[in-house]
Design a protein around this ligand. Sequence first.
Ligand SMILES: NC(=O)c1ccc[n+]([C@@H]2O[C@H](COP(=O)([O-])OP(=O)(O)OC[C@H]3O[C@@H](n4cnc5c(N)ncnc54)[C@H](O)[C@@H]3O)[C@@H](O)[C@H]2O)c1
Length: 246
Amino acid sequence: MRIIVNGAAGRMGKELLASIASGYCGAELAAAVDITLPEADAPVYTSLSDIKETAEVLVDFSHHSATDKVLSFALERGIPTVIATTGQTDEEKKMIEDASRRVPIFYSGNMSIGIALLVSLVKTAVQVFPDADVEIVETHHNQKLDVPSGTALMIARGVEDVRQNTTFCVGRHENGKRPAGEVGIHSIRMGKVVGIHEVHINTGSQTLTLKHEAHSRALFAEGALKAAEYLREQTAGLYSVSDLFA
Ligand SMILES: NC(=O)c1ccc[n+]([C@@H]2O[C@H](COP(=O)([O-])OP(=O)(O)OC[C@H]3O[C@@H](n4cnc5c(N)ncnc54)[C@H](O)[C@@H]3O)[C@@H](O)[C@H]2O)c1
């Protein structure tokens, strides 16, 4: 599977090049692109429009401002495209939706298959135990800016999808009983922890705890390559991580 990587000089781009070099999912690097010329064992470019090589999938880990160029390239070359970049404006999200009517596009702010599976397992558990108390505890390194993590919110929204009257409580700190239907979200910041998400589901008579622990950024690169492998078999449409095990 020949891959073009956009954003190849960044942290995730380099991680993706390393996963490709290791042969993950049978991937091969066709070309690497970044506005800062990347280093790679394949032709390198500073603009997608200069690429001469062919490939089966484009994977983008760059910046949301590149969305229009990424989509133009995808449409001109008819190349299935994995957009792993986050932070798109509403206008850019609309551009992605429009383009997905003509070419397969995989778009997900969290490429971790383990996290997608965690959300799916939490939804199932909440359907089985609709009255259970649900508490999410996330732990990350001490340099992380956003609190709570976007992934903790994604898990909480997963509960909301399957249970009516769900409310969120971020960092419980006031006196009072725990309201029914509440999802508590708690954040721990310490050391160099890459990312831990634990979901406690308590029915009164038993507690089910589901836990995901990220060990390195490689999980996002591997998820993007799994997405690429899936996407090259698809027709035009908008796909996300949950489609990988639907
Ligand atoms: N979906 C996921 O699971 C996931 C996981 C981690 C990071 N991300 C997202 O991936 C993106 C990249 O993250 P990062 O940590 O590697 O950031 P980074 O800043 O280390 O790297 C971004 C790279 O993109 C390049 N770039 C910027 N504008 C460009 C353009 N117009 N064309 C080509 N290249 C351009 C930069 O030069 C840089 O090398 C971010 O949006 C981040 O939020 C997504």
